[in-house]
Design a protein around this ligand. Structure first.
Ligand code: AGP
Length: 606
């Protein structure tokens, strides 16, 4: 997942490109680069690491040219260094790319045989030389058309031409790409977030399409090179100027914002006056859906797993859950009466989008639960349920996770009530509890010191376990993922009841183990599992909810009590200390919390 920007203007573009690249760093930050056209030449400057490194290069400061492209990289082929950074250029063509060219080795062999010299280890560079080769005999449109046809795999491209100083070409297949319209300039960007600081008028390219961007107009083409018309969308400019404020990191801010974002979601979907649910426009009749398949990646997959427990509890629907990268290659038995739900914060995750695309191609019912409403997954789903969490910058998802499970919980209540699995009284009682959730999260957020104190133990250990049963199991997985992706130490989420079937062998003196044991139906069993690990020397951090009943166990290293509420909602509260545990562990290690190594916020490659 990389970030692309292109600007065709009547004024110098290098500074604006650099600023846009900073907004795109959530898509990748191994290296960055810029190319502009000036005095009949392609000027290319690239650097390893963050955009700041590129900006410090004095040559960038004095870079001329009113047309240019820029790129931030998350390495797929070739190590993250300045040679493999994009743009990649020949004398006549410069290219920035997001995606993976699967037949790059073959193409490279052909191009080398034609005398082309390669400088990098990237797949992208074959695109540069392929276009250069076609330009020897073809015009721009035909050169682009022929090049795209020869590429296997995914791409979002921005392309400059030395001999065409008034245009930028953009092309898309499998990786998102958008065009933005300015007063006397036009833009190309990986997504609307990159372009929003310059315009709110956006056109999204679909797979197979390409475009020619001039400073006063844009032409669109389908893969045959036929001109097509495209819609211009006006994006909501409600996006507040999102910055860290007084927080040290976006992640810290996003953890603390959760009471507000939950309140927004509840306001959007719960009709407080009538104690009912504001989801009216479901495009299918209730008897057309007898099962639900929930699909996502990473934290979004954990949201799906959490939803499975609620759908099973609240409805008579069959519920399946799948990791998107598995689902898309599985021999699927598509069912007409199944609803396929795609959960994704960014709405651009390649594996999740590919799973959606597969369902669309098989005529399935599709629903998206997303945070970015202009995203590809939202645009290509029949039914969209936005989570209304506002921009989430921290690569480690926090408020979006709670937003996803909130909407999925409400959807389960909706289906339960539509199918009369849930009577009015029960629904009303659950909605009343739900309305109180933001306040409980607020109170739970106050638990801070204890978590800070225990976090270094997790850093010093060679690994840790996160255990939970039932509703707490998906949260155990999520807590382990947070710690892994932020403090780079191994952590494993596991069903508490499964430890005795092997992983108990891992437990040794002093090993930190988080046990999620709220006073729900699984409490007693989980406490027994906790005692099994304590007996083998584990340092147990017990996370439970406040209760008058004493905890029947001793030798517990630390206990954190979250607020109490109906057991459906305890997963929301259990998540908070785990988010903070990961945050403080990473803080103590001095790692880059908002941009952990090797990761990116939106994984737009498979
Ligand atoms: C979560 O903290 C990670 N950043 C990652 O697992 C993420 O949830 C996953 O890549 C899915 O992203 P999406 O929600 O944008 O599809």
């Amino acid at each position: 997942m990389c970030g692309i920007i292109g600007i065709n203007s009547s004024k110098p573009v290098s500074a604006t490109i650099i600023n846009s690249l900073k907004k795109l760093e959530y898509r990748g930050y191994d290296s960055a680069g810029i190319a502009t056209l000036s005095s009949g030449l392609i000027n290319e400057i690239k650097s390893e690491g963050r955009v700041d490194n590129l900006e410090k290069n004095s040559l960038v400061q004095s870079m001329e040219g009113t047309i240019g492209i820029g790129h931030v990289r998350w390495a797929t082929h070739g190590s993250p260094n300045s040679i493999n950074a994009h743009p990649h250029s020949s004398q006549n063509v410069s290219v920035v790319h997001n995606g993976i060219i699967e037949n790059s080795t073959l193409l490279k062999k052909f191009l080398v045989s034609k005398g082309h010299k390669f400088k990098s280890q990237t797949d992208t560079e074959v695109i540069v030389h392929l276009i250069t080769e076609h330009l020897k005999t073809e015009n721009i449109v035909n050169s682009i058309k022929k090049t795209l046809k020869a590429l296997h795999g995914s791409f979002a491209l921005g392309i400059l031409f030395k001999d065409e100083p008034d245009l930028i070409v953009g092309a898309r297949r499998g990786s998102p790409l958008a065009v933005g319209y300015g007063p006397s300039e036009n833009y190309l960007g990986s997504d609307s977030y990159a372009l929003k600081s310059m315009t709110n008028k956006i056109t999204y390219l679909n797979d197979g399409e390409f475009c020619i961007i001039k400073k006063d107009h844009v032409e669109f083409f389908n893969e045959d090179g036929t001109k097509i018309n495209k819609k211009v969308l006006e994006l909501s400019s409600e996006e507040e100027k999102y910055d860290k404020g007084d927080y040290k990191h976006f992640m810290a801010k996003e953890i603390e914002e959760q009471p507000i974002t939950l309140k927004n979601g509840i306001k959007e979907y719960v009709d407080s006056a009538n104690n009912n649910i504001n989801i009216y426009n479901i495009p299918w009749k209730k008897n057309e859906i007898n099962s639900i398949t929930l699909i996502g990646c990473g934290t979004a997959y954990h949201s799906c797993l959490m939803a499975k427990y609620w759908f099973e509890e609240l409805t008579s629907l069959d519920v399946n859950v799948d990791i998107a990268s598995e689902f898309r290659y599985r021999k699927n038995r598509f069912k007409r009466d199944s609803l396929y739900v795609f959960v994704s914060q960014s709405g651009e995750t390649a594996d999740t989008y590919a799973a959606l695309d597969l369902c669309n191609k098989n005529g399935m019912k599709t629903c998206a639960v997303v945070n970015v409403i202009e995203s590809s997954i939202a645009r290509d789903s029949e039914f969209v349920l936005p989570i209304h969490c506002g921009t989430e910058i921290g690569v480690a998802s926090t408020k979006a996770f709670l937003g996803q499970i909130l909407i999925l919980y409400i959807l389960a209540l909706k289906f339960g009530s539509l199918r009369s699995d849930l009577d009015k009284e029960k629904l009303s009682a659950k909605l009343s509890d739900l309305k109180n959730l933001p306040k409980l999260v607020e109170q739970t957020l106050l638990t801070d010191n204890k978590i800070q104190n225990v976090s270094s133990t997790f850093n010093e250990a060679k690994g840790s376990m996160f255990l939970g049963r039932g509703f707490s199991y998906p949260i155990a997985l999520e807590g382990a993922l947070k710690l892994k992706e932020l403090s780079y130490v191994h952590a494993e989420g596991y069903p508490a009841g499964e430890m005795k079937h092997g992983p108990l062998a891992l437990i040794e003196e002093g090993m930190p183990v988080v046990v999620l044991a709220p006073r729900d139906n699984y409490y007693k069993k989980t406490i027994s599992n906790m005692q099994e690990v304590i007996a083998r020397g584990a340092k147990v951090l017990l996370i439970t909810n406040k209760s008058t009943n004493e905890i029947v166990s001793e030798n517990i290293w630390e206990t954190i009590e979250v607020e109490s509420t109906n057991q459906d909602l305890l997963p929301f509260l259990l998540t908070i200390p785990l988010q903070k545990l990961a945050y403080y562990a990473a803080l103590k290690k001095g790692f880059d919390i908002d941009k952990p190594r090797n990761l990116a916020k939106s994984v737009t490659v498979e």
